[in-house]
Design a protein around this ligand. Structure first.
Ligand code: SAM
Ligand code: SF4
Ligand code: SF4
Length: 376
């Protein structure tokens, strides 16, 4: 196994120095050739099928959300990936086609902030030819300008992250002094371009924005858009996650339900991440994503492709599997397919289910890849 460490110069600060190294072990660079894929439906070691692919198109972002890319780590000295190591749009599309051949039905473009990747609509045009549900997650800051081009390129749906409607709280959370109003404009532009209903993601951190949960629910009630409340997760190794900053989804449903009565809605499909609730008065739906308090590993059908072509079988993985080297060495589609199929069949990740035992109220101590690199 080869270990690659992205090292960033030490900080000149009076705060305790972070270990600014993101551990990425590249497992398959010298892996033996995988057995030939037999064409049977793919199932991993826990019987889970492969359905969702998340593709990170950049590790860069114009925000510094405190729970994702803390500024003291992702500062001016931080070394983002060089252009040459990024998968090109052609490489991404080729891999996507192989994944679709193995059963992938849904592709989500993410990052980092996907809208900072130049010419993104060109990639969307290429991916839109595949028989998949194509969607994208964005912080919304560049959406007002790009919504129409994205929709024209073939994007069908979009998710926008928005952690607060209170401007001061939002600016503090994105730590880039970015105003709420422009994200709201982006959501309107997306709806006008035909990307409605928009899904809106709010990461809830106790003591930071949890007081705005009800306000957020009230704001989007009856709008046709769907707000989803996400439990703050211990992704990566830099956000200083603590269990007592997590607001359990059950508490969110209770708080909203006390004011606007709710009832559960069946999942759209097996493995759907958000648990759905609807207002009894018909004013629409909300979702809760309980990755910490109610792990959903049992149905997890997701694979992640990083910006530089590493495949990760879990959001909390410590190592990836290198497809870019294979691609650039001239591997055939069949060889790529065999590798991916073998990787999925060997998969046994279930980090969120075992987190409780490992973390004991705090960090697990294990080094995990950052979400901005692997793709949220
Ligand atoms: N930049 C885009 C955005 O913010 O929507 C896409 C990438 S971001 C990593 C994808 C999603 O992950 C966002 O909805 C974000 O709020 C969420 N996220 C990031 N860090 C998180 C954490 N520690 N816990 C829970 N959700 C997190
Ligand atoms: Fe950027 Fe999205 Fe991470 Fe915020 S959550 S820092 S917008 S990648
Ligand atoms: Fe899937 Fe890993 Fe999340 Fe479990 S912890 S739901 S296996 S990505």
């Amino acid at each position: 196994m080869i270990e690659r460490r992205i090292t960033v110069p030490a900080m000149q600060r009076d705060t305790p120095p972070h270990d600014k190294v993101i551990p990425i072990r590249l497992e398959s660079l010298r892996a033996p050739a995988a057995p030939r894929y037999d064409g049977a439906p793919l199932a991993d070691r826990l019987g889970r099928s492969l359905r969702d692919l998340r593709i990170s198109v950049t590790d860069r972002c114009n925000f510094r959300c405190v729970y994702c890319m803390p500024r003291e780590v992702f500062d001016a000295n931080y070394k983002f990936l060089p252009q040459a190591s990024l998968l090109s749009f052609e490489e991404i599309t080729r891999l996507a086609r192989v994944f679709v051949g193995l059963g992938v039905k849904k592709i989500r473009l993410t990052g980092g902030e996907p809208l900072v990747r130049r010419d993104l609509p060109k990639l969307i045009t290429q991916l839109a030819e595949l028989p998949i549900d194509l969607t994208l997650t964005t912080n919304g800051s560049l959406l007002a300008k790009q919504a129409r081009a994205l929709a024209q390129a073939g994007l069908k749906r979009i998710t926008v992250s928005l952690d607060s409607l209170d401007d001061a709280t939002f600016r503090a959370m994105n730590d880039a002094d970015y105003p709420v109003a422009e994200v709201l404009e982006g959501i309107d532009a997306a709806a006008a371009a035909g990307l409605a209903p928009v899904k809106i993601n709010m990461v809830v951190k106790r003591g930071v924005n949890d007081r705005q949960v009800l306000e957020m629910a009230r704001h989007w009630r009856g709008s046709g858009h769907v707000i989803r409340f996400i439990e703050y997760m211990d992704v990566g190794s830099t956000n200083g996650w603590k269990m007592d900053e997590v607001v359990p989804s059950a508490e969110i449903v209770r708080r909203i339900g006390e004011v606007f009565p709710l009832e559960p809605v069946d999942a759209d499909y097996q493995g759907e991440v958000a648990e759905r609730w609807r207002y009894r008065d018909g004013a629409g739906e909300i979702g809760v994503i309980s990755s910490v308090t109610q792990a959903f590993c049992r149905d997890c059908n997701r694979l992640r492709l990083s910006t530089e072509g590493q495949v990760y079988t879990c959001l909390f993985a410590q190592s990836g599997h290198d497809l870019r080297t294979l691609l650039r060495a001239g591997a055939s589609d069949d060889a790529l397919r065999d590798q991916i199929a073998a990787l999925w069949r060997a998969r046994e990740d279930r980090y969120s289910e075992i987190r409780g035992a490992q973390t004991d109220q705090g960090e697990s101590g294990r080094r995990k890849v950052e979400m901005s690199y692997i793709g949220g």
